[in-house]
Design a protein around this ligand. Sequence first.
Ligand code: 13P
Ligand code: SF4
Length: 394
Amino acid sequence: MTTAQDLDVTPTPLALLLLGREADPSSERGVDCPGDLPAPSDPGLVERARAAKERLGEKVFVLGHHYQRDEVIQFADVTGDSFKLAQQAAARPEAEFIVFCGVHFMAESADILTTDAQAVVLPDLAAGCSMADMATAEQVAECWDVLTEAGVADATVPVSYMNSSADIKAFTGRHGGTICTSSNAERALEWAFAQREAGAGKVLFLPDQHLGRNTAIRDLGLAPGDCVVYNPHRPNGGLTAEQLREAKMILWRGHCSVHGRFSLDSVNEVRERIPGVNVLVHPECKHEVVSAADQVGSTEHIIKALDAAPAGSKWAVGTELNLVRRLAKRHPDKEIVFLDRTVCFCSTMNRIDLPHLVWALESLADGKLVNRIEVDKETGHFAELALERMLALP
Ligand code: 13P
Ligand code: SF4
């Protein structure tokens, strides 16, 4: 039987398309597909994906994030939010190939959590995440120096959102911290504060300031004044040593380019347009949006809330459009609208389309390992420490 190790690993030519902050060499860079992509208009694509998956049988396991396109999600063996997909990747040691329909940081986490005999494949390497690109390893190392200089590093526990590179996860593991996702951020913060004497600890939250602030204020009852924002583009993060000493939450200045666009105006407008509407948003939205919403939660929470909602109820949902459209289709008896008419799809999540999935599956079935995502051993070791702390959270 062919194993991941005996396959012909095709090296991928680098850097055709740059994502994130354009020419920044440490951003998650996009590359061209190193093979012949089928035409999107090919009417046989669905059949080809099905046939390739069948040829691979038990050897392949396809994970699909909720923000993926319908044309892709139909081939996922499991769909889920970031947390569920990390758990699922770790729970499939028998699958030689994990095809990750999601974005780069998710595939990296899957590689870290799977065995060396397994290969994780991202069908389009240009599927990065602009939020993850907002915290580079160099910037975070510099931030730690600033905290050390201010005399607060010993009191600080890093908590990094899953939406971060493997380097940032490794930094977190090295400094005694944990990873979190939007479904366990509250428990992660409680865990982090419990690592220090009561009242003495601080958290450095990376890279999404909104998830950090929302969780600290809404779930842990901290005051807005307990949070400061560290701006990696300003000397000393734009903060004085005294501000750092007084803060409980040091929030990295990063955000999601999709969720960051929902505004208080979108909430007010939809409430006026649809009387009685329930506003349900993801915690990557700004604090003012989350405060004005009726419910807040991860993608998995959003799906469960709408599944449980009574027929005839009305919902405006502030998260990625693929998921909102799918939910509206799944519940024709409920009125489900997108919170803001001008916010668009997550462009990087959308990179994974049926032609890329067909190409990846057919390549694997033909014995060619393409687009493998591999984290180096040392980074993987420390990143795994941080991920395992998350998986062990109560
Ligand atoms: P969750 O699926 O964990 O809610 O994350 C949302 C997200 O932005 C993933 O990129
Ligand atoms: Fe990144 Fe936001 Fe897209 Fe998620 S939705 S992958 S956080 S840009």
